[in-house]
Design a protein around this ligand. Structure first.
Ligand code: URA
Length: 253
């Protein structure tokens, strides 16, 4: 990632997001002051800002588990202890609307990266204080939010049972999987939460995740690009508010 100890100024908290293009927007959010660009290399773009007088990193991880794991490894080695993911997701429960937030309690590990760190029996769970901060912030900011289990898939298409693809074919393993996850009260699909939460638990660090809903798969397969920015904005507001409150109240190292 090409980040040094000097550049991160002792930051022990990091907001991670998939899209490098979203990093500056997060760094410039109302909850933070003095945002400035640090470095960009491949999918990893990093900015530094301050919340409640404490340095906070904002870093992109690219799409999926493998590149996210590189970021978490290297940031942990630089001393980062708290990782809060801000992303977008597809809802699979009918009561979750586009631009609503989903706060993840735990992840279905429908990806390969986390199995390089812990056997599949190991749970991908959010850190309790980060989870509490996210829920409290969503309430304080009056954002519609849903709290529960997220399915993190290695693929956007077959693993999330999308048929609007080149082949139109979904392997048998995934046919009917969305209905099964729905019956099991899984709230949403995205691609990174379970890797992040597994790695954080394995390393004894703190992880959490909030996503803005950009599509409801029970109603449509079309992602409305105009609403993506609203969904992202809601997730960014809650995540940055939560991180600032963690800096303030929990005296996070
Ligand atoms: N990200 C995903 O992984 N899936 C969606 O449906 C939307 C965003």
């Amino acid at each position: 990632m090409n980040l040094t100890n000097a550049e991160i100024a002792g930051a022990t908290s990091c907001i991670v997001t998939g899209d490098p293009g979203r990093v500056e927007r997060i760094a410039r959010s109302e909850a933070f002051v003095n945002p400035h660009f640090l470095v960009e290399s491949r999918e990893f773009c990093s900015w530094l800002a301050y919340a409640e007088g404490k340095p906070v990193l904002i870093t992109s991880t690219g799409i999926g588990g493998p590149s996210l794991a590189i970021a978490v490894e290297e940031l942990a080695m630089l001393g980062v202890k708290t990782f809060l993911r801000v992303g977008t997701c597809g809802a699979i429960q009918p009561n979750i609307h586009v631009s609503d937030l989903v706060i993840t309690t735990g992840g279905v590990r429908l990806e390969g990266t986390s199995s390089h760190y812990a056997p599949l029996e190991y749970p991908a769970v959010a850190h309790h204080e980060v989870l509490l901060a996210l829920i409290t912030s969503a309430k304080a900011l009056n954002k519609v939010h849903h709290v529960g289990v997220t399915c993190s898939s290695d693929t956007f298409y077959p693993g999330q049972e999308r048929y609007d693809t080149y082949s139109k074919y979904v392997p048998r393993r995934f046919q009917g999987s969305t209905e099964e996850w729905r019956q099991l009260h899984v709230l949403n699909y995205e691609m990174e939460a379970s890797t992040l939460l597994t790695l954080c638990s394995v390393f004894g660090l703190r992880g959490g995740c909030v996503c803005g809903t950009v599509v409801n798969r029970t109603r449509s397969e079309q992602i409305n690009t105009e609403l993506v920015s609203t969904a992202e904005g809601n997730a960014i507001q809650v995540a940055t508010h939560a991180l600032a409150s963690l800096c303030l109240y929990f005296s996070f190292r």
